[in-house]
Design a protein around this ligand. Sequence first.
Ligand code: DUC
Ligand code: ZN
Ligand code: ZN
Ligand code: ZN
Length: 484
Amino acid sequence: MSTIIKNGTIVTADLTYKADVLVEGGKIVEIGQGLLGDEVLDASGCFVMPGGIDPHTHLEMPFMGTYSSDDFESGTRAALSGGTTMVVDFALPSPEQGLLDALQMWDNKSTRAHCDYSFHMAITWWSEQVFDEMETVVRERGINTFKHFMAYKGALMVNDDEMYASFKRCAELGALPLVHAENGDVVAELQRKLMEEGNDGPEAHAFSRPPQVEGEATNRAIMIADMAGVPLYVVHTSCEEAHEAIRRARMQGKRVYGEPLIQHLTLDDSEYAHPDWDHAARRVMSPPFRNKQHQDSLWAGLQSGSLSVVATDHCAFTTEQKRYGVGDFTKIPNGTGGLEDRMPMLWTYGVGTGRLTPNEFVAVTSTNIAKILNCYPKKGAVLVGADADLVVWDPEKEKVISAENQQSEIDYNVFEGKKVKGLPRYTLTRGRVAVEDGAFKGQEGHGEFVKREPSTPVAKALSTWKELTAPRKVERSGIPASGV
Ligand code: DUC
Ligand code: ZN
Ligand code: ZN
Ligand code: ZN
């Protein structure tokens, strides 16, 4: 059976034009005028765009004494409902657990996915076993990205020596390292001091993770990546200091990518001052929400291209789970949701305000991500031969975001009450209509794992550092006798 998307305007990262799209066998087979197909989807008044890719989710992840509450079933249901057709989740080994062992757990969880997905592999400890398994992860499992936590001391955090070793290994394998950039030592000390002074509420969370800890760690990771000769992807860039570091590195020719979250772009730190404990705790995530100055910087980064993609870091916890941290803010499970809302929120606050063009919207929600993570043009494209992961986007369709009608399985939504304009009329996952006018019609287990090859060596070019400082033995005319 074929499906034809008729009367729409195709919007890609670089083109806008009117054409029909013919889909068969899960792929785009023809783009042109007056095409015919079995199932007809009317896209009048709509934009036909590559489905969104969320490069950063944590589904059913063991974390801070519990598990994040959206799994691959509810998480991908939320994704598709908001126009996202692929998620990239983090396989997270517990301390001393092998990478392949952890991957097996993620394989098992992800069988319920409604849409396609891929994994990043987290490096949470370092050993010869980890070094060896990284090669299998890249060459046999099709995972070309490794995440490093510079925070969560005593749990997930890796030190500089481990990070440098892992970055060098990534360089050898043609893999891309990712960092959660916050100085975990300083965070731990600020947390201790705040608690000691009796600041145990969720408002203390933001004070324990100021922009400086993120700016410092971002700079450090960039310099370590430079020395290892590998590109770098900085997850959840939330503040001006981190953005500045990324922007400077890019101007120096370093291949560094920044990923702001939709939450940091649209919500600010006044949320933590809310008199209701639950309200504030539900918004505890790391890095925390920032003030308007930082938000402006992130928007400017997207507009100018110094920041590359927009993600969610979807890591949803119920109010009950958040309450583990009553009396000690450091025990509030860190994380917020956003999978269903990323695309409508970015359209409303980005395209709707004139900050982003529709083409730029496609770039930062889909195409840039597919290119950086090396699954383009299978994903992120409206091209013949690409997967038919598409969203028929109605720019006039409106709703008010509310936990009452969301797909996520938690009991609140951090965007509650926000009015969005711009929503999917249809979302297609490999040619299958999974969302039609707000109604979910997906199929559990339809999602497939997307293998991502290592990058070609040319994509590894970073700065000229290596050329300039490659050690050279100096021939000397004479060497003085030892002074001892
Ligand atoms: N930050 C969060 O808020 N949650 C999951 C992990 C992270 O780094
Ligand atoms: Zn569920
Ligand atoms: Zn993180
Ligand atoms: Zn994360």
